[in-house]
Design a protein around this ligand. Structure first.
Ligand code: SF4
Length: 297
C-alpha cells in the first residue's frame, strides 16, 4: 500500500496554533518573539538571531538521531521483517550521530559550557532509547503491521498543517498506520515524561488526522511512546467532546497570542517591548537566546 497522501491548504497569513508555539508563548513572551517574529527585531542583526534560533542541545540532538533511526528502521520493515543485524545497525546509528553533529551547532558549545562532544558520547543515550524500543511489544506490533502492507505515514514532510474548526493548526506526527479499522498515530519521546503536556499533544495529532485525512474521531488512536528509562506508553482514543474542548482551548490561546499582534490578520507583531522577558530564570538556563537578554550565567 502507498504512503498516505497529505492534503494541502490554501495560504492563510494568520498565525497557526501548535502546542510548541503555545508552550513557547506561555513560558516566555520574549523567546516567543525571537522564535516566531525575529525578522521584526530592530535591535540585533538578523543573522545573529537566526544563528541562535538554529542552536540545538545535546539532548535535542539525541532525540533527532533517535527519530531518524526509527524512521529508517520502520522504512526497512516495509521491505523486510528480517532480524536486525546488530553488526550493521550500531555503526549505522553512529554514522547518523556523526552526520547530525556535523550539521548542528550546540548551545552547550556556543555558551562555552563544554567542548564539542564526540559521536560516541551520544551513542549511549541514543542506544538506550533504541534498545528499549526494539525489546518492546510495540516493536513487534509495528513489524507485523508494516509487514501486512498498510496505508502509512513515516515522518511525513512539511509542518503538519491542518484546520480545527477553521483555525490553522500544526501537529507533526512521527508515524501513522491504518490498522484494524483504526488510524493509529505513534509519537516517540526520548526525553522526560510530561503526561499532561503530551496527552494534549495527542489531541492535537487527532485533530490533525481528523481534518487532514478526514478520519472520524472514534477511529483514531494516539500513542505516546516513552523510550527511556524504560519503555512506556500513554494511549488515547479521543472523543468528539475532547476534540471540541481542544478547539475551544485553541481558540482562546490563538486569541491570547493575537493580542500581541498589531495586525492579527497578517500576523504582524507589536514592537518587541510588548514581549517581556520571563521572571523564571529556570527557563533562561536552557534558552538559545540568553545572550540577547543578558542572562548568560
Ligand atoms: S533568555 Fe530567558 S528571558 Fe530571554 S528569551 Fe530566553 S527564556 Fe526568555
Amino acid at each position: 500500500m502507498p504512503e498516505i497522501p497529505l492534503r494541502s491548504y490554501d495560504y492563510a497569513p494568520q498565525l497557526g496554533w501548535s502546542s510548541t508555539r503555545w508552550e513557547t508563548f506561555r513560558t516566555c513572551r520574549r523567546r516567543y518573539f525571537y522564535q516566531y517574529y525575529a525578522r521584526y527585531d530592530r535591535e540585533f542583526e538578523q543573522g545573529r538571531i537566526q544563528r541562535l534560533r538554529q542552536l540545538s542541545s545535546i539532548l535535542m540532538t539525541v532525540g533527532t538521531v533517535v527519530h531518524e533511526v526509527l524512521a529508517a528502521l520502520l522504512r526497512r520493515l516495509l521491505r523486510t521483517g528480517a532480524e536486525i543485524d546488530t553488526q550493521r545497525f550500531w555503526p549505522f546509528v553512529e554514522r547518523t550521530i556523526t552526520r547530525e553533529l556535523a550539521k548542528t551547532s550546540l548551545m552547550e558549545v556556543h555558551y562555552g559550557q563544554r567542548l564539542a562532544p564526540e559521536p560516541l558520547e551520544l551513542m549511549g543515550p541514543a542506544w538506550a532509547c533504541l534498545e528499549t524500543f526494539l525489546a518492546s511489544d510495540r516493536y513487534g506490533w509495528v513489524r507485523d503491521q508494516l509487514g501486512s502492507d498498510p496505508r502509512y505515514l513515516i515522518e511525513p514532510p512539511g509542518y503538519g498543517e491542518a484546520r480545527l474548526q477553521g483555525m490553522k493548526i500544526y501537529a507533526k506526527v512521527d508515524v501513522l498506520l491504518e490498522s484494524g479499522g483504526h488510524t493509529v498515530i505513534l509519537d516517540w519521546k526520548s526525553g522526560r515524561r510530561d503526561i499532561e503536556k503530551h496527552t494534549r499533544q495527542l489531541l492535537g495529532y487527532a485533530a490533525w488526522a481528523q481534518d487532514n485525512m478526514q478520519v472520524p474521531a472514534e477511529q483514531i488512536r494516539c500513542v505516546v511512546a516513552y523510550l527511556q528509562p524504560e519503555y512506556e506508553e500513554i494511549e488515547k482514543q479521543p472523543t468528539k467532546a475532547e476534540l471540541e474542548g481542544l478547539a475551544l482551548e485553541v481558540a482562546a490561546e490563538i486569541a491570547q497570542m493575537q493580542s500581541l499582534c498589531q495586525d492579527p490578520q497578517r500576523n504582524i507583531p507589536l514592537a518587541k517591548d510588548a514581549f517581556p522577558l520571563t521572571d523564571n530564570l529556570g527557563y533562561c538556563r536552557h534558552c538559545a537566546f540568553r545572550e540577547l537578554c543578558d542572562r548568560v550565567d
